[in-house]
Design a protein around this ligand. Structure first.
Ligand SMILES: Nc1ncnc2c1ncn2[C@@H]1O[C@H](COP(=O)(O)OP(=O)(O)OP(=O)(O)O)[C@@H](O)[C@H]1O
Length: 273
C-alpha cells in the first residue's frame, strides 16, 4: 500500500499541491485527472522524490519514503519508475542501450555511462523490448523512432528497473490516438500481468475512465474526487473542469483528445447524459 498523507508543495506564494491524502493498494491502476496546473505532475514528482514535499508524508509498504537519502533514495526512484511526456531517452543511442540505462540504480552510474552492461542486463532489456513489440528496433537509434515507439522504449526502460510502482506523467499527451492506445494498453498490461501499481496523469477523461480502476481528480492542488470511474458523474466532471455552461460538452478543449479503443470503451461523456 502506498499511503500519502497531507502532502503539500509550496512554490513561493503558490500552493501547487495542498494537503493531498491517498491510500493506494498494491496493483491498482489510478488515473489522475484535472485541468492544467491542478498539481498532477507535482504530486507524482513528490511520490518519486524528484521534488521534495513541503509538508506531509509518503509511506510505501511501511517504508517512510520522505526520509530516504543517498543509496536508499536511488533505490526508491528505481522501484518507483517514472515515465514522462517527452520520453527522456538519449536520441543518438540505440534502443537497447537506452533500455539498459534503466539498470543504472542496480549497475551503478559509472558502469552505466561506460555502457558496461552484463549479459543479464542485456537479456532483461531484450525481454522488456519483446513485451513492447520493439525487438526489431533494438539496434536503431532512439531518435529515429516514432513518438509512440519512443514512449514504449521508455516503458521498457522503466520495466528493467524492476519497479513495484509505475508513475506516468502524461505519457500520451504528445501522441496520436493510435499510439496513445498502444501506450495505454502497455501500461494496463503491465498493471494486470505484473501486478504493478500504476499512477498515470491524464488530460483525457475518457482515457482515465477506460483504463483505470480508480480516478483521482485534482483541482487547485486538492483532491476533488476520488473513486471508481462510474462514480464520476457529469456534475462532478463539471465541477472539476469548471465548465459553467450546462449545454457544453466536456470537450477536447477541456479534457484534450479522446481515445477510441477496441473493447468496452465508453464514448466521450457529454454533459447532461
Ligand atoms: N518548479 C516549479 N516552480 C514554481 N512553480 C511550479 C513549479 N512546478 C510547478 N509549478 C506550478 O505549480 C502548479 C501545479 O503544476 P503542475 O505541473 O503540478 O500541474 P499539472 O496539473 O501537472 O499541470 P499540467 O497538466 O499542465 O502538466 C502550476 O501553477 C505550476 O505553474
Amino acid at each position: 500500500m502506498l499511503v500519502v498523507e497531507q502532502l503539500s508543495k509550496v512554490f513561493g506564494d503558490l500552493t501547487a499541491v495542498d494537503g493531498v491524502s491517498l491510500a493506494i493498494p498494491k496493483g491498482q491502476m489510478v488515473g489522475v485527472i484535472g485541468r492544467s496546473g491542478a498539481g498532477k505532475s507535482t504530486l507524482l514528482r513528490m511520490i518519486n522524490r524528484l521534488t521534495d514535499p513541503t509538508r506531509g508524508s509518503i509511506d510505501n509498504e511501511g517504508q517512510d519514503v520522505t526520509a530516504l537519502k543517498g543509496h536508499d533514495l536511488r533505490l526508491w526512484r528505481a522501484s518507483c519508475a517514472m515515465i514522462f511526456q517527452q520520453f527522456n531517452l538519449i536520441d543518438r543511442m540505440d534502443v537497447l542501450t537506452n533500455v539498459m540505462v534503466g539498470r543504472i540504480a542496480h549497475t551503478g552510474f559509472a558502469r552505466s555511462m561506460l555502457r558496461s552492461f552484463t549479459d543479464q542486463d542485456r537479456v532483461r532489456a531484450i525481454q522488456a523490448l519483446d513485451r513492447l513489440d520493439l525487438v526489431p528496433q533494438a539496434l536503431q537509434r532512439a531518435g529515429t523512432l516514432s513518438g509512440g515507439q519512443q514512449q514504449r522504449v521508455a516503458i521498457a526502460k522503466a520495466l528493467v528497473q524492476n519497479p513495484s510502482i509505475m508513475l506516468a506523467d502524461e505519457p500520451i499527451a504528445s501522441l496520436d490516438p493510435a499510439n496513445a492506445v498502444r501506450v495505454m494498453e502497455a501500461l494496463r498490461s503491465i498493471n494486470r500481468t505484473d501486478g504493478l501499481t500504476v499512477l498515470v496523469n491524464l488530460h483525457t477523461l475518457d482515457t482515465a475512465r477506460s483504463y483505470c480502476d480508480r480516478i483521482v481528480a485534482m483541482k487547485d492542488g486538492r483532491v476533488h474526487f476520488d473513486g471508481a470511474p462510474r462514480a464520476l458523474t457529469t456534475e462532478k466532471v463539471r465541477a472539476i473542469y469548471g465548465t459553467d455552461d450546462l449545454s457544453d460538452e466536456i470537450n477536447e478543449a477541456v479534457t484534450s483528445t479522446s481515445l477510441q479503443t477496441g473493447s468496452c470503451r465508453p464514448q466521450r461523456q457529454a454533459v447532461g447524459t
